[in-house]
Design a protein around this ligand. Structure first.
Ligand SMILES: Nc1nc2c(ncn2[C@@H]2O[C@H](COP(=O)(O)OP(=O)(O)OP(=O)(O)O)[C@@H](O)[C@H]2O)c(=O)[nH]1
Ligand SMILES: [Mg+2]
Length: 456
């Protein structure tokens, strides 16, 4: 796929603000002429992949800055077009002055993600790789970086291409069988057909099963601390963070609002939310706090359901077997420093499926085990070589692929005609094509790149 643009675009590729260096990137057919104009040089002075130290001039010929210009000639550049990268001094003024001169020479301001979009359209990368560029830039943790890098560097593409090839081989045999007499072409036995489809289906299902972990690694997980008033929810948050982040007091109803804190557990970005104690109330402010708490619970990946055996019976029934509000949860028995061994045994006895974790937010007992349990539930350890699905669009495409493969396999077993079977396999193939952007509409492509930052 190649679609060389007529326009030449320019943008600041580094964040705006005070810094040693700023990089201004120009891409398009006029990139070299623009570089020659602003530096008052000839295009022949710029050798591909060579850095040229030169002053830059504004439209009136006044020197703006001394910069390093690097020229990447088409197609050996990020976008596949002629690209110029100007490394100027950083700050708020110098890069803006250079951008202004570039605009005056006919460059257009780049739209968000336009450089990467051009790279995709010019076949420098497929759509899944382009999407991973955005994830790599926004990675909050090293695991996020490593996960996005595997996709950006093409490992995911290779896997998908391998699956595509298997389906293409399968289809070519099936379609030959449809078009020719059985004696004229080598046919696949029913067992061989099933083995091929199930092999692809197995890999697709394996990838789909990594999505929750992959999504959390890139976008973070939400952990909400809930429980009755005064059970020690805020104390628990402080104990996890090892700092006095939220107010704790002996008075029930201390926390009225939801308090969000960013944290990392096993390299996973986690947003932990302390909430108001759940109870019946006529007070409008408290009721508002509870409704905010509930809206966070709806979004939660995990609830820490805190209980305190030392207070009178909680306002909502505490049943260690059942998830509150249907979410994954860890029952946490706080104030273990005040619980007798006998009470502890009773708790364990009453919870045959889901063992509660005993902690003391006051002494710190059990907090490290709780953090480990949270990490294991949200992101089970994966091998370094494993590719994790991180992108909702890829998940959607693979789910559709999986459904079609399922229909094709079922068709093999119930004697569905070959042409109907081939249709299912072609549908699954086109779902894989969509991941790589082989067959994606302009709307989808524009939507994907609009989420990028300008300059990438
Ligand atoms: N002994 C003991 N006291 C604790 C422990 N954790 C919390 N407390 C005390 O329990 C009281 C309530 O603690 P908070 O953390 O404010 O409880 P909360 O659940 O956030 O309360 P609300 O925000 O009012 O719903 C405070 O006096 C804490 O010092 C613990 O592990 N052991
Ligand atoms: Mg509180």
């Amino acid at each position: 796929m190649s679609s060389f643009s007529v326009s030449t675009i320019v943008a600041l590729a580094t964040p705006s603000g005070v810094g040693g260096i700023a990089v201004i990137r120009i891409s398009g057919p006029r990139a070299l002429d623009v570089a020659a104009s602003v530096s008052q040089k000839s295009p022949a002075d710029f050798k591909p992949r060579h850095a040229l130290f030169t002053p830059l001039f504004d439209a009136r010929g006044v020197e703006i800055d001394q910069v390093v210009v690097t020229y990447f000639s088409s197609p050996n550049s990020y976008t596949g077009e002629h690209v110029i990268e100007i490394s100027s001094h950083g700050g708020y003024v110098v890069p803006q002055r250079i951008l202004k001169v570039c605009f005056s020479l006919g460059c257009e301001p780049a739209m968000p993600g336009e450089f990467t979009k051009r790279a995709f359209l010019n076949g420098k990368m497929d759509l899944s790789q382009a999407e991973a560029v955005a994830d790599l830039i926004c990675a909050k943790t090293d695991i996020g970086r490593a996960t996005s890098y595997k996709i950006m560097s093409g490992q995911f593409t290779n896997l998908i291409n391998g699956l595509r090839q298997q389906l293409i081989d399968f289809l070519s045999v099936i379609e030959a069988e449809l078009d020719f007499e059985p004696t004229e072409v080598p046919a696949l036995s029913a067992k061989e057909r099933l083995k091929c489809l199930e092999g692809v289906h197995g890999t697709v299902s394996g990838l789909l099963s990594t999505y929750e972990t992959g999504r959390r690694i890139i976008h973070g997980a939400i952990v909400v601390i809930i429980g009755s008033p005064n059970v020690g929810k805020s104390s628990l948050l402080n104990a996890i963070l090892s700092e006095e982040r939220v107010i704790v007091s002996t008075t029930p109803g201390t926390t009225r609002d939801a308090i969000e804190v960013q944290y990392q557990i096993n390299g996973l970005p986690v947003q932990i939310i302390d909430t108001a104690g759940i109870h019946e109330t006529e007070d409008t402010i408290e009721a508002r706090g509870l409704s905010i708490a509930r809206s966070f619970m709806d979004k939660a990946d995990l609830l820490l359901w805190v209980h305190d055996n030392t207070t009178p019976a909680p306002d909502f029934s505490f049943n260690l077997q059942t998830s509150p509000y249907g979410h994954t949860f860890i029952p946490v028995i706080n104030k273990v420093d005040l619980i007798s061994p006998q009470q502890k045994r009773l708790y364990i006895k009453s919870s045959s499926h889901m063992s509660p974790l005993f902690v003391s937010a006051l002494t710190g007992a059990g907090i490290a085990d709780l953090v480990d349990a949270v990490g294991n539930l949200l992101a089970p350890a994966s091998t370094d070589s494993e590719i994790l699905l991180t992108n909702a669009r890829h998940y959607e495409c693979l789910s559709r692929c999986s459904e079609s493969l399922h229909l094709a396999s079922a068709g093999l077993n119930d004697g569905t005609p070959l042409d109907a079977l081939a249709l299912h396999v072609r549908t699954s193939l086109s779902s894989l094509d969509s991941i790589l952007g082989v067959t994606s509409s302009d709307d989808i492509i524009n939507n994907i790149f609009s989420t990028f930052c300008v300059g990438k």
